[in-house]
Design a protein around this ligand. Structure first.
Ligand SMILES: Cc1ncc(COP(=O)(O)O)c(C=O)c1O
Length: 396
């Protein structure tokens, strides 16, 4: 073949993000020219002789340690993240828990942002605590103030930006610098932005975490997590991955690689529709605030503009007064938005937001919070659905 099948490799650095998405991680010539990699279902890998078996001197040795399918996705993620290595795990939550287990031991201290994804908090408050790790939660707006919270035994500073459900933007470079001065590893749950709109390692983060369940998979039918590390953190992360045997299944890995190919165009649409709806909601009676970092009204907007190159499709609204009754009336009136957890899929979803477990980032809101995931439907239909919800909330 004389075409440009290895074009992205040859001109690395000069190619755009959608070209990377379309070609990353796989060279068709490595498998007879088929444009997609094979889905390798494997536990056993055979060795040609006892000496090779003893020395393990062949590329693949056992299914938990990687296959051509998992390598294709992990390599694609490395190209997108600029990382030294990526592990693939069975869920986004596992992508949070495995690096925490890799870098924390009994007697250590961890700092976790208070606007973190709730199951991350649950893991810290139960499993980490049981293992003898001390955890403190910090204000997402802490910035350089993180230095004052560092202890001699602080080993991990965990960030998530924007924060889950309330979308506070963190000053990641400042936090990373202070954390490194104190000798801690910096982790970031970067699911919201995807590596297309923020590359955490470029901002001083050591370990970038994604629930690939969301935009990379994109169709609400796959659970998968990716964890990408810089050169310094990769050996320990990889060792923990191998030790725990927490590998992802080949069909799910393949589906996420397939999803990556179209993630750019899907995200553009999510971004455009979400921003259109968010701006419109700012003008709607019955809405007190719209929590979307790409809006000029958002308190973290200048940080957002400095660090992010785009926004995805999930944000929250604060209803103008009322409580659970009004929130339920809003949700029950929706016909296109489904009531369901997760996000990043093709369909719109709405969930009530609970922040009663927060320690510092409690915020001050005039009414109940509702999180909206804006899917790929027609914006006018979504606006009509939300309008019906607002009318129902107002008369509840
Ligand atoms: C920010 C964030 N991180 C991680 C996860 C966990 O992903 P998964 O559902 O694949 O376990 C989620 C899920 O909603 C999330 O919102």
């Amino acid at each position: 073949m004389t075409n440009n099948q290895d074009f992205p490799k040859r001109r690395k650095g000069s190619i755009g993000p959608n070209t990377t998405l379309a070609h990353a991680g796989w060279q068709p010539r490595d498998y007879h020219g088929f444009v997609n990699p094979p889905v390798v279902h494997a536990s056993t890998v055979l060795f040609p002789d006892a000496a090779t078996m003893a020395s393990r001197s062949q590329k693949y040795t056992y299914g938990t340690r990687g296959t051509p399918t998992s390598d294709a996705l992990a390599t694609a993620i490395d190209e997108l993240e600029g990382s030294a290595g990526t592990i693939l795990v069975p869920s986004g939550l596992a992508a949070v828990t495995i690096p925490l287990l890799a870098f924390l031991s009994a007697g250590d201290h961890a700092l976790i942002v208070d606007s973190v994804y709730a199951p991350t908090r649950n893991f810290a408050n139960t499993m980490l605590k049981r293992l003898g790790v001390d955890v403190d939660y910090y204000d997402p707006h802490v910035g350089a103030g993180i230095s004052a919270m560092m202890k001699p035994n602080t080993k991990v500073v965990f960030t998530e930006s924007p924060g889950s459900n309330t979308f506070e933007v963190q000053d990641i470079p400042t936090i990373a610098k202070a954390a490194h001065q104190g000798g801690a590893v910096v982790m970031m749950d970067n699911t919201w932005a995807t590596p297309l709109y923020l590359r955490p390692l470029d901002f001083g983060v050591d370990i970038s975490i994604h629930a690939a369940t969301k935009y990379p998979a994109g169709h609400s039918d796959v659970l998968l997590g990716t964890v990408s590390a810089n050169e310094a953190c990769w050996p320990r992360l990889h060792q923990t991955f191998v030790t725990m045997g927490c590998c992802a299944g080949p069909d799910d890995v393949y589906q996420v690689l397939r999803g990556l190919r179209t993630m750019g165009v899907r995200l553009e649409r999510h971004q455009k529709s979400a921003l259109d709806i968010a701006r419109w909601l700012e003008t709607m009676p019955g809405v007190s605030r719209v929590l979307h970092p790409a809006l000029e009204s958002h308190p973290g907007h200048s940080l957002f503009k400095r660090d992010f190159s785009g926004s995805s499709g999930i944000f929250s609204i604060v209803l103008a007064g009322g409580g659970q009754k009004q929130a339920h009336a809003f949700l029950d009136a929706l016909r296109i938005f489904g009531l369901g957890y997760s996000w990043g899929g093709y369909e719109s979803l709405a969930v009530p937001v609970f922040i009663g477990d927060r320690v510092v980032a409690k915020g001050s809101y005039d009414g109940p919070l509702i999180r909206l995931q804006i899917g790929l439907e027609d914006v006018e239909d979504l606006k009509a659905d939300i309008s019906a919800g607002l009318v129902a909330a107002a008369s509840a």
